[in-house]
Design a protein around this ligand. Structure first.
Ligand code: FPP
Ligand code: MG
Length: 324
């Protein structure tokens, strides 16, 4: 998924190139070792979804893409990267973005401290953008942690409720997408009505994005994912497609008997196939569509028609990439 292509806003390409330069500069340090570790996942690529949303939010109100708008995107991307450094430690992940994860290459201690370093740089940039942006990013960081902790607390629990799942992904993913959009609008100086509309858009789109990601963990190949598939099942993170397959009387009992403990490779593949064959993917897509509807309604309130139209379509566009 290339969000900029899906958005179809050609001028964002140039702004994202400028942002990339600023992002690389933001993690530079005198210490060559920390320099390498802090730049590891930036160099590995990434879709820059959150900065692209921030830029789109700015231009959706005909705001200029100023240095402050770019720095807002950099701060948000640094928080996202830091959360991945820490998440890969929690998940004991071996790969990320088709390269070795930071923890796999340098160990957990270095991954945690380098993640903290990225957060420190994000905080410095946010402070330079004013107290509202700094306070917002700090509050969002707390929501990320709440989401992640609630996910960890329900690990290996096949009785995890759909409500618990939705609340966890609202914290760990949708909150930062909402903040990416909000900071884009704030730094572009847009009016309050616009700021609220892009925030609502970002929160709803974030829900679509995470459900999409969780469906891909079941149906996509390792190559497509840039990491090992089925890891949520292995690590006991029972996401929406899994919960829906568990609720299906035909597949639920057999699947439930397999879950509740870590899975080896063959059991993981079997569980993945059961979820994929249960009709749960189509149900999860339908649930995600309700959030795409919310995102589209919020985008409908935005001023610039071409950008509003592109944002309104974005949730549906990523869902259309999934196998029906
Ligand atoms: C990746 O999602 C992880 C997140 C969206 C959030 C992780 C949050 C924390 C570790 C809390 C601490 C935050 C900071 C900023 C230090 P995923 O696990 O669904 O995706 P994956 O399969 O790519 O790992
Ligand atoms: Mg993870």
């Amino acid at each position: 998924m290339n969000l900029v292509d899906l958005l179809g806003i050609s001028r964002l390409d140039e702004d994202l190139d400028r942002l990339e330069v600023s992002l690389c500069r933001s993690v530079r340090t005198e210490d060559p070792f920390l320099d390498e570790v802090a730049g590891h996942l930036i160099a590995a690529g990434g879709k820059r979804v959150r900065p692209a949303l921030g830029l789109a939010a700015a231009v959706s109100g005909l705001g200029p893409v100023t240095e402050s708008v770019l720095l807002g995107g950099v701060a948000v991307e640094l928080v996202h990267l830091a959360s991945l450094y820490h998440d890969d430690v929690l998940d004991e992940a071996a790969t990320r973005r088709n390269v070795a994860s930071v923890n796999a290459r340098w160990g957990n201690l270095v991954a945690i401290v380098a993640g903290d370093f990225l957060l420190a740089r994000a905080a410095g940039i946010a402070a330079s953008l004013g107290t509202e942006v700094a306070g917002l990013l700090a509050a969002t960081l707390a929501r990320l942690c709440e989401g992640e902790v609630s996910e960890v607390r329900t690990a290996f629990d096949p009785a995890r409720s759909e409500a618990a799942y939705l609340s966890a992904i609202a914290g760990k993913t949708a909150s930062l997408m909402a903040t990416a959009c909000r900071i884009g609008a704030l730094t572009a100086g847009l009016d309050r009505g616009h700021v609220e509309a892009v925030t609502t858009f970002g929160e709803a789109f974030g829900m679509v994005f995470q459900i999409h990601d969780d469906i891909r963990d079941v149906v996509a190949s390792d190559e497509e994912l840039g990491k090992e598939g089925g890891q949520d099942l292995v690590k006991g993170i029972y996401n929406l497609p899994v919960l829906l397959a568990l609720a299906n009387p035909a597949t639920g009992p057999e699947l439930r008997a397999m879950l509740g403990a870590p899975l080896d490779g063959p059991s993981r593949d079997k569980a993945r196939a059961m979820v994929a064959g249960s009709g749960a993917v189509a149900l999860a897509i339908a649930a995600a569509r309700t959030y795409a509807d919310k995102a589209a309604a919020a985008a409908g309130e935005l001023g610039e028609p071409a950008v509003a139209g592109a944002l309104a379509n974005l949730g549906y566009a990523i869902l259309d990439e999934l196998p029906a």
